[in-house]
Design a protein around this ligand. Structure first.
Ligand code: UN1
Length: 483
């Protein structure tokens, strides 16, 4: 059995904390042993990162961009291999795993271009012969804590932005997908990212994640994961620059004037793509009462025919859940839904195979206040909620504590713009599903979904500090607000 190590200061190093396994969720077979990193490992990674930072910071940003472009190129050359590995470790179907690697390629290309921008601004002074401007500067050493559901793309969003801004990184991936992280770090190394600029420590939230969050020499944290962990981070990070991308309870509104077939495709993809394990997954369909019955029938018919299995098989539409705990949690929520009085019309069962397979599940007669309609399940469970008009649909959409993605299917432009204006979410799609974010646009949410935006130009904001500069060339003391 292969044993994989941490990558600290450009060397592969064992931890004294012991080992853990990463399992293929479709077969429950181990893919290898990984380091259970300790606080000492994190300390070592932070020291190595600071050492490297001193040099990396001073590399001209366009040159940094060339290295990021090399990363994109190597990801392209390894796309198929990485996608297969990702399906094996994370479970998503191969076509989606390819998409995940493509998203990483896209963001490294985008951020490479940022190397020739990283724009500051200039503005006039209130005084003569005085220039006012801003420059972007790195934060320093940043901690990146990433989830398993996009095990290549999400680390890539964070790393590409962190590196182009001149930061050095301590990277802790989810314990469910350490092998994808190792592969990504290998590619960064081969592309010419200097030793120590990216340091990898594998292992669990406690002690490795905790040590990163509370580390006095880490100046920024970027985290994607659960709301509870996000809350813990806000309480324990101290005064650091923190970006959080937490949960979602994303809805799709289907109006009575919607193109039903198009809406159906969007709902199926949003709810059951990645086995419902996206922050952006659709877990609520908010449907106009005039079309509710028709739409429900169409939906159940499609959901029943989704082929669940190993994501490597071309015949599979939906892969397994990530682990046994996720399987139990999803099952538990279907029990909660039943007890709350929702009507189970499809699925609701664990599939009797090896691996963490759960049937695509649909509930009707769901009330907006029920737990299955409010809490993030992160599995293939969809709730159908009936409404009478657009206003009620928007109220239901906004009744949850999260606000990441949202969508409306309608042929009426007034409905569309009303929804864009009134839905409380970081992302609204019109006539498209809740998933499908592109890397050059901001990504993130409102309310309990978190703070900050990733990707695009906003990703640069997250990983840089602004230096304000005044240059007085008058040759005398000029006093702002007084002269
Ligand atoms: C996530 O689920 O955390 O739009 C990220 C999408 C993907 C990114 C999802 N491009 O669903």
């Amino acid at each position: 059995m292969a044993v994989y190590k941490n990558y600290i200061g450009g060397r592969w190093i064992s931890s004294k904390g012991g080992l853990f396994d990463s399992l293929n969720p479709a077969t429950e077979k181990s893919l290898g042993k990984f380091q259970k990193s300790t606080k000492q490992d994190v300390d070592n990674a932070v020291s190595a990162a600071w050492k490297s930072y001193e040099k990396w910071r001073d590399v001209p940003a366009p040159r940094k961009g060339e290295i990021l472009l090399n990363v994109a190129q190597l990801l392209k050359e390894n796309k198929e291999r990485l996608a297969r590995l990702e399906t094996t470790e994370m479970g998503k179907v191969l076509a989606e795993a390819r998409g995940d690697v493509q998203e990483a390629i896209d963001v490294f290309e985008y951020m490479a271009g940022e190397g020739r921008r990283l724009l500051g601004s200039t503005t006039p002074s209130e005084l003569p012969k005085k220039a006012c401007m801003t420059f972007r500067q790195p934060i320093g050493v940043v901690g990146l804590i990433t989830p398993w559901n996009f095990p290549i793309a999400i680390p890539a969003w964070k790393m590409s932005a962190a590196l182009i801004c001149g930061n050095a990184v301590v990277f802790k991936p989810s314990s469910d997908t350490p092998l994808c992280a190792i592969e990504l770090v290998n590619i960064l190394d081969a592309a010419g990212v200097p030793k120590g600029a990216v340091n990898l420590v594998t292992g669990s939230a406690d002690p490795a994640g905790t040590a990163i969050v509370s580390h006095k020499d880490i100046r920024g944290i970027s985290f994607t994961g659960s709301r509870d962990t996000g809350l813990w981070i806000t309480r324990n990070a101290g005064i650091k620059k923190v970006g959080l991308e937490l949960g979602g309870k994303n809805g799709i509104i289907v109006m009575d004037d919607a193109d039903m077939k198009l809406a159906l495709d969007g709902v199926i993809w949003g709810a059951f793509g990645t086995t419902g394990q996206r922050c952006t997954a659709c877990s609520r369909v908010i449907v106009h009462r005039k079309v509710k019955e028709k739409f429900t029938n169409m939906l159940v018919e499609r959901a029943k025919h989704i082929r669940v299995g190993d994501g490597l098989k071309p015949s599979t539409d939906m892969g397994p859940l990530i682990n046994r705990a996720a399987l139990e949690k999803t099952h538990h929520y279907t029990e909660i839904g039943r007890k709350e009085g929702a009507k189970l019309v499809c699925g609701g069962i664990k599939l009797s195979k090896k691996g963490f397979f759960f049937a695509p599940t649909v509930f009707t007669n769901v009330q907006a206040g029920m737990r299955i309609a409010r809490e993030e399940i992160f599995g293939p469970v969809l709730s159908i909620i009936e409404v009478s008009d657009l206003q009620e649909a928007i109220d239901v959409m906004n009744s949850v504590e999260y606000g990441l993605s949202s969508s409306i299917y309608t042929q009426n432009i007034n409905n569309a713009f009303e929804a864009i204006e009134k839905i409380e979410a970081g992302i609204t799609y019109v006539n498209s599903s809740t998933i499908g974010a592109e890397v050059h646009l901001p990504f993130g949410g409102v309310k309990q979904t978190g703070s900050g935006r990733e990707a695009g130009i906003m990703g640069i904001e997250e990983f840089s500090e602004i230096k304000t500069v005044y240059v007085d060339y008058s040759g005398k003391l000029q006093k702002a607000q007084m002269d």
